[in-house]
Design a protein around this ligand. Structure first.
Ligand SMILES: *Cc1c(COP(=O)(O)O)cnc(C)c1O
Length: 378
């Protein structure tokens, strides 16, 4: 007696599949480190910093322990501290805003632009004109760059700096310039699920400014520029050698993986264009996004998700609540209705499976399942 096999589930991402062909290469690198016994501040981190700076087309890269630390140390290097107002989008991963809070500065939330869902330049300009700000956190959400040309113009007018939160945007471009090379400082995360993921935690700061790079370099290592001379009150935010070695191996595949993410996005767009109740992600004409996620917006998201799950399709929600409605940020006193676009997006976004190895047949299955789910819930 044969039983019809239920079709395999389509996962949201699949790291095991990404690492299978790299397994031996990574183990060989780790074996060299184990035998040498140099686990921090060694040659792998130094080489990775050079290679990642080259990939981002920046002069400097400083590797750190997490993306959140990259943001915190980037802000500290810029001198952000108590009393400083720092403009952040209301729709981002919480770490962007946390970093502002952690240096003692005041997060000033701004709504997003509906097409790209990145920070509204008009909103930023309004804040700068009314109350001023020390700086702006520009988040390249989902791998689509913020409108950096326009932001740079208004920031320069008001003497504000720009930190790029490029945690989701490795290799993205805005008007031809790489993410990480667009602001005063760029911050990356190598959390395992990011476009470039470490074997554990990891992060990096990129910049063309030698003084800022030097400050971050000192801050990540107890404030010392030379051994046992602690010029700044720093911390320990160093990237381990084992993580750097794996990152170097994976960085060599990042262009190919990015091309594959674009293949997945294009195939989704082809299959889902015009489906009633589904809004596809928008790409600005000046942007080369890298599709960290593929977030559509749908009516009746809860019901659609449940139906997709029953059809074997994993989905995600990035993110279910904007910052001002999170318990930790109720203290900002911005209630529901303050940032309508961020709230609308939070209620409607649905991330479809997105990873470089996703086969075309799976993409088509996801698209068909979404079509059926939309008909069902219409
Ligand atoms: C992942 C992420 C971070 C934080 O990075 P970690 O390495 O997890 O600390 C910050 N901002 C955004 C937009 C992210 O997606």
């Amino acid at each position: 007696m044969t039983v019809a096999a239920s079709p395999v589930r389509v996962p949201l991402i699949d790291l095991a599949e990404q690492h299978a062909p790299l397994h031996d290469e990574i183990l060989a690198a780790w074996s060299r480190i184990l035998r040498a016994g140099a686990f921090v501040s060694g040659p792998e981190v130094a080489a990775f910093e050079q290679e990642f700076a080259a990939a981002c087309e920046t002069r400097h890269c400083v590797a750190v322990s997490t993306g959140t630390d990259a943001l915190v140390l980037g802000l500290r290097a810029l001198g952000a501290g108590p009393g400083d107002r720092v403009i952040v989008p209301a729709n981002t991963f919480v770490a962007t805003v946390e970093a502002v809070s952690l240096v003692g500065a005041i997060p000033v939330l701004v709504d997003c632009d509906p097409p790209t869902r990145t920070i509204s330049v008009e909103g930023v300009e309004r804040e700068l004109r009314r109350h001023g700000a020390a700086g702006i956190m520009a988040v390249h959400l989902y791998g689509h760059p913020a409108d950096m040309d326009a932001l740079a113009r208004v920031a320069a007018e008001h003497g504000a700096w720009i930190v790029e939160d490029a945690a989701q945007a490795h290799l993205a471009r805005c008007h031809g310039t790489r993410a990480g090379a667009l602001g005063h400082i760029g911050c990356f995360s190598f959390y395992p699920s990011k476009n470039l993921g470490a074997t554990g935690e990891g992060g990096a700061v990129t910049t063309n400014d030698a003084a800022l790079a030097g400050a971050v370099r000192a801050l990540r290592d107890h404030g010392q520029r030379e051994r046992n001379r602690h010029e700044l009150v720093g911390c320990n935010a160093r990237l381990p050698e084992l993580a750097a070695a794996a990152l170097r191996i994976k960085l060599r595949r990042l262009e190919d993986w990015t091309a594959d993410r674009r293949r997945v996005a294009a195939r989704y767009a082809g299959a889902l264009r015009g489906v009633p109740g589904v809004r596809l992600p928008y790409t600005a004409p000046w942007a080369e996004p890298v599709w960290h996620l593929y977030p559509v917006e749908v009516d009746h998201r809860g019901a659609v998700r449940t139906r997709l799950d029953r059809m074997g399709i994993a989905t995600g929600v990035h993110y279910p609540s904007p910052i001002h409605l999170q318990p930790a940020y109720m203290q900002l006193g911005r209630g529901a209705g303050t940032f309508p676009e961020a709230e609308r997006s939070a209620a409607r976004v649905l991330s479809l499976p997105m990873y470089p190895e996703l086969p075309d047949a799976h993409i088509d299955r996801v698209a068909q399942a979404l079509l059926a789910a939309m008909e069902d819930t219409a």
